[in-house]
Ligand binder design. Structure first.
Ligand code: SAH
Ligand code: SF4
Length: 402
């Protein structure tokens, strides 16, 4: 195993001090990918390539509109740009989409895509259609360094940040496949976005911010910030910036109300404890009764699901005066997981206690379980394969030692 891979090996319960390590390789063809660039960055890219400043400004405006409003994937579709300029552009710039390795559809209509970057990193996105709305669950990293004990993504060995282009690329790919170009406010199937796929979005702050700004731009993908939710496991120092610089709805993966339990199941809690986290929620810019913070709570049998836990949850929410709703998530099992889901009666009793205190506490229906698309089940097939390969390698080594 190369030394770098060994250094990145995830250990149960271990919190990586430096969240993310590897940067994406440049495109093999040497072109610059335009997807993920802001209008200003696009203008700079064009002028760096040799366009006069005024030309660069005009072209940037036109191209940006074609990319994000019309969904163009070829320069030749950009009818207000001189034909003679197409080859010049195409030689230097690419308009990419994530490569689709596999697309699956669940019996409940949920769709999951396995995607691959040019440097062969695999990640996933999930589309969940519902009556009158459709939610795209977007990944922010390949894998995750945080190793929550109940989450399959947290067991992935290698982690890399997705670029802004790869993050917004997921939304654009979903638009492609739903046939929803040009961007229009009415009658969309894709109405909501949740940053709840693979990875911890606040450990990849800049790229997530830049991608969501493209998603929210009224002249581009034009999804309202009220329809976008960012979920964090509790990266306290980044939460205020998330509110100020992105301003979307916040979801917090609380999952436990006692230090010992949260330390065990969300190891990041050893760094940023429950009180610090809830104070950061109370300070989150833009949270109010009309825009509540969602507290996610995975129901783990005999671990965090007692009546006393429910009462403590209510006490904490009141103590910090949080405009809160609670989302109870039945634990989705995966091979080798150390936990079981609470019984339906327990989930109901827990929900009832929170609800009686005047706090909304719906139980989330698991979606796409049959294709491993439900919360916490995302872990790529490629990763599974490389594990198997590694096992074989380890066995071969042992045999050689004989
Ligand atoms: N990293 C971010 C966002 C991705 S996870 C975060 O942790 O908030 C989206 C949600 O699914 C989180 O609340 C996460 O804790 C939850 N989750 C993870 N594994 C799960 C599992 N096996 N069953 C149910 N929910 C799970
Ligand atoms: Fe990472 Fe979120 Fe999974 Fe924890 S629950 S390991 S933070 S993806």
């Amino acid at each position: 195993m190369p030394a770098t891979a060994a250094a990145l090996m995830s250990m149960p319960g271990h919190v990586d001090p430096v969240p993310v390590v590897r940067t994406p390789a440049p495109r093999p063809d040497g072109r610059t990918d335009l997807i993920g660039l802001s209008k200003d960055q696009l203008r700079t890219a064009l002028s760096d390539a040799g366009l006069e400043p005024r030309q660069a400004k005009l072209r940037a405006k036109q191209i940006w509109h074609w990319l994000y409003n019309r969904g163009a994937t070829e320069f030749s579709a950009m009818t207000d740009i001189a034909k003679a300029q197409y080859p010049w552009l195409a030689e230097r710039f690419a308009i990419s989409r994530p490569e689709v390795v596999e697309a699956q559809v669940s019996s409940d209509g949920t769709r999951k895509w396995l995607l691959r970057s040019p440097d062969a990193q695999d990640y996933e996105m999930v589309f969940i259609p519902d009556a009158g709305r459709g939610t795209l669950c977007v990944s922010s990293q390949v894998g995750c360094t945080l190793n929550c004990r109940f989450c399959h993504t947290g067991t992935m060995r290698l982690v890399r940040n997705l670029t802004a282009g790869e993050i917004v690329g997921q939304v654009m790919l979903a638009r492609d496949s739903l046939g929803e170009w040009p961007s229009q406010p009415e009658g969309r199937m894709l109405t909501n976005i949740v940053m709840m796929g693979m990875g911890e979005p606040l450990y990849n702050f800049d790229a997530v911010r830049d991608a969501l700004r493209l998603v929210m731009d009224g002249d581009g993908l034009a999804l309202s910030k009220r329809r976008i939710t960012l979920s964090t496991s509790g990266v306290v120092p980044m939460m205020a910036r998330a509110g100020e610089e992105i301003g979307v709805n916040l979801a917090v993966s609380l999952h436990a109300v006692r230090k010992e339990v949260r330390d065990e199941i969300v190891p990041l809690n050893r760094k940023y404890g429950i009180d610090e986290l809830l104070q950061a929620c109370a300070d989150y810019p833009g949270a109010n009764n009309a825009r509540r913070i969602t507290f996610e709570y995975v129901m783990l049998r005999d671990k965090n699901d007692s009546d006393a836990d429910a009462h403590e949850l209510v006490r904490l929410i009141r103590h910090y005066r949080l405009p809160a709703k609670v989302n109870l998530i039945p634990f989705n099992p995966w091979p080798g997981a150390a936990y079981e889901c609470s019984t339906p009666e327990r989930v109901r009793a827990f929900s009832e206690i929170v609800f009686q205190a005047g706090i909304s506490a719906p139980v989330r229906t698991p979606r796409g379980r049959d294709i491993d698309a439900a919360c916490g089940q995302l872990k790529t097939a490629a990763e599974r394969k490389s594990r198997a390969e590694m096992d074989r390698e380890a066995e071969a080594k042992l045999m050689a030692l004989g």
